[in-house]
Design a protein around this ligand. Structure first.
Ligand SMILES: [Zn+2]
Length: 1083
């Protein structure tokens, strides 16, 4: 080429050769701290973003006029009743109270001319307590929280006409968390709190300022919470400071500039639900939720209003935020809404139909799972699922208990049998000893049934939808080997509330950051909980497994606190079981007798309600227990009248005394039963046989050598003896218990059983809930007073002892031994009457036994669980107090001892020492929990062999004593007739571990149904049978009813497989700990 002359290179860069000025690096700490100053209250609020939040405010007359009517005597009247009264004029600044009272406000609003065309008009109402906005004609629109939270209600467009418009506000004098004095919300409520109406004004909000506030909040979080070695953190800090720099007080346009700067970090889609349409794979699935404790720091009565307030808010939010999906549990709360707030219920129903509002959980309430009986758990599902199916057309697929205090071992099986394959909780994140190791896993029941369990890694069910909640959804995820997705359950809760608009705005920005900048796990809204689990289910085979109970390493005091409530729970379960059996028999025997389904429904619904996770566990305020006491009183009253009616049909009557000829023993247990029954104050008869009515025969002192004797060894020392046991009692304690046939002494030498002990009981914080491990160091034996003879009858002897606990508290203990009956294991029966007036003490009773095993056995629903008797590891030690049902047992090869009880749930076995928990004395949230008189029964049952049917059956018999009835001529004179053949009978082929636990009528039988779901033609009987001891269990059911078809069913009574029946008999073959339901269709 050539010929070209090379040109001289000119500098092409504008980069100045000389530095024009010094520029410094952002000093991280200072620039981070500066961010919150931009929107903080206090000294900055007149010069920062807050000063531009509103474009105008109208308060006082003539724009906001107020009148009030105070509901009398802490009543909660309906709208209709309230507005029928005269209202008196009132104003902002007035005080309203006392605690729990209700005040209705008539509010007349007139939007001033200069605000009429503003972009966003709201009523800001702050009574510093909860409230509800009603239309003039009585439609509840939206709840209010108070104290600065959820104080806004958007004015309808029609209010912009400059005319007067009337609404009503129902004020409830309690905060979201009740009425505790001061800052400690679990202290007993202050009955005399007053609330100031601090705000009632029409506000024209500047939407740009409001949105910018959320922008900088979230970008600020990114600046504070992203790691400092990430560019994403530095960029966030820079963005915040650029926004602050662009802000000009009083210049509305500067707000728009600030928002444009924010968009550079957040992306441009954050102002609508479109932000979720990026198509990028999300990891965190946000679901709105509102945990409403059915009672807790407020009574049940207030919860009914909390439901209406919270859920109407959600319906309103859904209209404005199309991405919001909201899940809510507890069929009971839906039922309250349906009955008391039909307008809100219809709104909810419409949202359910649109797939936005998701009924979840499948149970009646979010119940405790430690203490309810197996059948109670079944009914939680039966009543829950039936309500959902009949009102919303669908059953739930996910069992939902985010806040319950531990999860018993048969739940996965019961879930599967109730049509649910998934389970959500997170409470184990509260464990204060060991960290639970999984987020997503297969949880396996005693019988091998499994459900997918997910515990949201954000470790809360009331997430505020913070940046940090989204971040923790990944950083705390413990199952990333198997799956990296998680649920984020957000929305205000415990006291209700649910998501707020702030939560939804924050999440839009979090998603924006993930798509635009990265680093934050990508959150998605718009899916349901079921959608989330559907994805998990596809890969569930690879998930790790957890076998057995999800023991909660906290709140162990809840097995004992509020003893009276627990006593009532057990008695109600017993009475319902009894009544269902005999009314089933009666309704089939006599077609004119109507099975009392309505009464059973009402009773069960109350029992199930009282099993709510703050009621039965004992962690509610006194007002809630006043209510539950009334519920139980109603249950027992109804039970009495059902029994009276059914007795008439069966031609028997309840009596206190009877002759052997006319007396009948009512037996509701499904095995051959033989036992003593009192027929007068001093005499007993022997009842023996199968079925509901047992014939009596005379108890003869010599017959089958049933005599029992009482000998005095020395002052206050007695020997009680029958043909099986020899019991030495000294100063109220059992110093020797000798089993004659096994030829062994049960009490270790020098030790004493039935020894009362008391502990100092001051947990770290949650008084009613917790007993902490260190209470064991404070053990004190209670010295007993002198023992004297109480009863010396031919069939029964007993001694009585008084024990002083303190100058206010004492125990009267009766130790009884009855004549032994051949073939029936004898036991030592103890009944105590405790006067209990202590402060932060824990009363227990101890049984040292000469048995050695590293594991003890505890009855649970439909089976038993083993737990360690030692403290080898922190996991073992964490179980220093555990839950049992009717029995706890310590067995070694060939022999064991069971402790039976009639109303207790707390137990511990340490080495060879067994310890039944009796009473606690926490002072919060109920200052009087457990104070007063208690009647408690327990028994020491020695048995040959390992834990077996003897314990299972005696524990039932201890809880279901024979009941004396009479008919002229005895059983022959009853409607069942001379043979009194049990209409249904279960015989075990080998090991008698099968238990026929429940006999009831089919829910939808045409003569039983209350019309919720389609009726079944004809009559049917439902049997629930389980293997109680953990082995393959076979047996035969024989029935005298005219059965045409037998099906194995699920808990919801859907027929699954047909079972062959021949000559009124069909075979049972269950896997270990299986719970089986059979439906017998009658001709
Ligand atoms: Zn709760």
């Amino acid at each position: 080429m050539g010929g070209e002359t090379p040109t001289q290179k000119k500098p092409t860069s504008d980069y100045p050769a000389l530095a024009p000025k010094p520029v410094g690096q952002l000093i991280s700490g200072i620039y981070k701290d500066r961010i919150s100053q931009f929107y903080a209250g206090g000294q900055w609020e007149h010069a920062n973003l807050r000063a531009m939040m509103n474009e105008g405010v109208a308060a006082g007359k003539p724009y906001v006029q107020l009148w009030v009517w105070d509901a009398p005597n802490l009543t909660r009247p309906t709208f209709k009743e309230a507005v029928s009264h005269d209202f008196k004029e009132t104003s902002v600044g007035e005080w309203f109270g006392p605690s729990w009272s209700t005040h209705w406000f008539k509010v007349v609003l007139k939007v001033p001319k200069d605000l009429q065309d503003k972009r966003l008009l709201e009523l800001h109402w702050d009574g510093n307590n909860e409230g509800m906005i009603w239309t003039e004609d009585g439609q509840p629109l939206q709840g209010l929280t108070g104290g600065g939270e959820r104080v806004e209600w958007i004015l309808p467009e029609s209010f912009r006409d400059g005319k007067e418009h009337t609404i009503y506000v129902e004020m409830a004098c309690n905060g979201m968390f009740g009425n505790a004095p001061g800052g400690d919300s679990i202290q007993p409520p202050d009955p005399n709190k007053y609330f100031q109406l601090s705000k009632a004004e029409i506000v024209a909000v500047n939407p740009d300022a409001r949105q910018l506030y959320i922008d900088i909040w979230i970008i600020g979080d990114a600046a504070r919470e992203f790691p400092s070695d990430s560019w994403e953190q530095h960029r966030a800090l820079k963005t915040c400071n650029d926004i602050i720099g662009a802000f000009e007080l009083g210049n509305k346009d500067s707000l728009k500039t600030c928002r444009r700067i924010a968009e550079e970090y957040l992306g441009s889609n954050i102002n609508s639900a479109k932000v979720y349409d990026s198509g990028k794979e999300p990891l965190v699935f946000g679901v709105g939720h509102c945990h409403i404790d059915s009672c807790w720091l407020w009574p049940f009565a207030e919860t009914k209003r909390k439901v209406a307030r919270s859920w109407s808010n959600q319906c309103d939010l859904m209209d404005r935020y199309p991405e919001l999906h909201f899940a809510c549990s507890q069929a009971q709360q839906y039922k309250w809404l349906k009955e008391l707030y039909p307008y809100v219920f219809d709104r909810v129903k419409e949202k359910v139909k649109k797939g936005r509002f998701h009924p979840i959980g499948g149970s009646w309430v979010e119940h405790d799972t430690n203490m309810p009986s197996g059948e109670s758990l079944v009914r939680q599902f039966l009543y829950g699922q039936r309500f959902y199916e009949s009102n919303f057309g669908d059953r739930c697929q996910t069992f939902w208990l985010p806040d319950t205090f531990g999860y018993s071992s048969q739940l996965p099986q019961l879930c599967r049998l109730a049509g649910m394959t998934r389970f959500l909780t997170q409470k184990l994140s509260w464990n204060n000893i060991n960290k639970f190791p999984h987020t997503t896993f297969n949880w396996v029941a005693l019988d091998g049934s499994q459900v997918i369990c997910h515990m949201p890694p954000s470790e809360t069910y009331t997430a505020e939808a913070h940046f940090g909640d989204v971040k923790r959804s990944m950083s705390q995820h413990k199952s990333l080997d198997q799956d990296s997705t998680s649920l984020l359950v957000f929305g205000k809760g415990d006291g209700g509330g649910g998501p707020t608009w702030q939560h939804l705005e924050k999440l839009r920005r979090c998603r924006g950051i993930s798509d635009n900048v990265g680093l934050l796990p990508r959150v998605h809204l718009g899916n349901s909980v079921d959608d989330f689990f559907d994805k998990l289910e596809r890969k569930a085979e690879s998930f790790v497994t957890w076998y057995g109970e999800l023991y909660f390493e906290l709140h162990r005091g809840t097995y004992t606190t509020q003893a009276n409530n627990k006593f009532n729970n057990r008695k109600a379960e017993v009475v319902l079981r009894d009544l269902e059996l005999i009314t089933t028999i009666a309704s089939i025997k006599d077609k004119s007798y109507k099975y009392p389904k309505k009464e059973f429904d009402e009773m069960w619904e109350l029992v199930l309600l009282c099993q709510f996770h703050d009621c039965l566990p004992g962690s509610s305020i006194a007002m809630a227990y006043d209510e539950s006491n009334a519920f139980y009183a109603q249950i027992f009253k109804t039970a009495k009248s059902i029994l009276k009616d059914v007795c008439k049909v069966l031609r028997v009557s309840e009596v206190k005394s009877a002759t052997v000829e006319d007396g009948i023993a009512l037996n509701t247990l499904p095995w051959h039963r033989k036992g003593l029954i009192d027929i007068s104050e001093t005499e007993a008869a022997v009842a023996c046989g199968d079925g509901p009515f047992l014939q009596l025969r005379t108890f003869k002192a010599s017959e089958e050598s049933p005599e029992v004797s009482l000998r005095k060894l020395a002052d206050g020392v007695f020997v009680l003896e029958n043909s099986q046991l020899k019991v030495e009692v000294k100063a109220g304690c059992v110093t020797s218990l000798y089993d004659k046939s096994a030829q062994r002494e049960i009490i270790p030498k020098g030790q004493m059983a039935n020894q009362y002990v008391v502990f100092d009981d001051k947990p770290l914080y949650w008084q009613a809930w917790d007993v902490e491990v260190y209470h064991l160091d404070t053990r004190k034996e209670l010295p007993c007073g002198e023992t004297t003879v109480h009863e010396e009858l031919k069939h029964r002897v007993s001694v009585i002892t008084k024990t002083r606990i303190s100058d206010k508290s004492s125990i009267e203990t009766i130790i009884t031994l009855s004549a032994s009956i051949q073939g029936e294991q004898s036991y030592v029966d103890v009944s105590s009457k405790v006067e209990w007036h202590e402060t932060m003490k824990f009363l227990k009773v101890e049984f040292p036994v000469d048995i050695r095993n590293t594991e003890a056995n505890y009855e649970t629903q439909f089976g038993y669980v083993k737990r360690p008797t030692h403290y080898n590891t922190s996991w073992d030690m964490a179980k220093f107090e555990v839950c049992c049902h009717k029995y706890a047992d310590l067995s070694e090869n060939g022999y064991g001892v069971s402790i039976l009880n009639d109303s207790k749930y707390g137990f511990a076995t340490v080495g060879s020492l067994m310890r039944l928990s009796l009473l606690r004395a926490p002072k919060a949230p109920d200052a009087h929990a457990d104070m007063g008189t208690h009647h408690i029964r327990w028994a020491i049952l020695p048995h040959q062999g390992y834990l077996g049917p003897t314990t299972v059956r005696k524990a039932y018999e201890f809880n279901y004593p024979l009941k004396l009835l009479s008919a002229s001529g005895g059983v022959a004179g009853s409607a069942l007739g001379a043979a009194a053949e049990p209409p249904v009978r279960l015989t075990a082929d080998s090991n008698p571990s099968l238990v026929l636990d429940t006999v009831k009528r089919g829910e939808d039988d045409e003569d039983v149904s209350r019309g919720e779901l389609p009726k079944n033609k004809g009559r049917s009987v439902v049997l629930r049978i389980y293997d109680s001891l953990g082995g393959r269990a076979r047996g035969t059911v024989a029935t005298t009813w005219d059965v045409t078809k037998v099906s194995k069913a699920n808990l919801l009574e859907d027929e699954l497989d047909e079972v062959v029946i021949q000559d009124g008999k069909f075979d049972i073959d269950l896997r270990p700990f299986e719970v089986a339901t059979y439906k017998l269709q009658l001709a």
